[in-house]
Design a protein around this ligand. Structure first.
Ligand SMILES: [Zn+2]
Length: 176
């Protein structure tokens, strides 16, 4: 199943929607298919969605015609989303990691009151995690590559790491 990147009316990325939801948004007149900045053609997948009455290309990038204001609240902590946020790289030595080598590292150690939270956790490799031990990055002399932040809704999507990435999305979403 292909997905579509949904942009707000000002082209700020909101989140991904299923191919079905993208088509419904289109037919309800709530969103338009964006033109590719490369080709000027509609940003679509090669695949076609067919029903008895219609056949259209599956949209890849859509824009809401009416701006929505999203009330923001911090999402619940999830390991996999944390790893997506950190690009599956150790935040101390920058090594690219996979499920067998990646660990959640507490910036302020749990033994010293550190919480398991978006702002206190980073992805790390096992050697860095054990080297840092019960110390802060400052004490260990191991600076973080970037300050931990809340994930964006885009970090919740698995295809951040898969092949089904549409090239038009590069204009709107940084790809780790
Ligand atoms: Zn490391």
């Amino acid at each position: 199943m292909k997905r579509a990147l949904l942009l707000n009316s000002d082209y700020a990325p909101l989140h991904f929607v299923s191919d079905m939801d993208a088509i419904i948004l289109f037919y309800k007149g709530r969103a338009e298919v964006v033109a590719s900045l490369e080709t000027g053609l509609p940003s679509e997948w090669d695949e076609t969605f067919s029903s008895p009455s219609t056949s259209i290309r599956v949209p890849a990038t859509m824009r809401l015609l009416k701006r929505i204001n999203k009330r923001w609240k911090p999402p619940r902590f999830r390991k996999k989303v944390l790893f997506n946020r950190d690009g599956w790289r150790c935040q101390y030595c920058n090594t690219k990691l996979g499920w067998s080598t990646i660990e959640v590292e507490h910036v302020l150690p749990t033994s010293r009151g550190g919480q398991t939270s978006w702002l206190n956790c980073v992805a790390a490799c096992k050697p860095c995690n054990s080297r840092k031990d019960n110390r802060t990055p400052e004490e260990a002399g191991m600076p973080l590559r970037k300050k931990p932040a809340y994930p964006s809704s885009l970090h919740f999507w698995d295809a951040m790491r898969s092949d089904s990435w549409h090239p038009d999305w590069d204009h709107y979403v940084p790809r780790d």
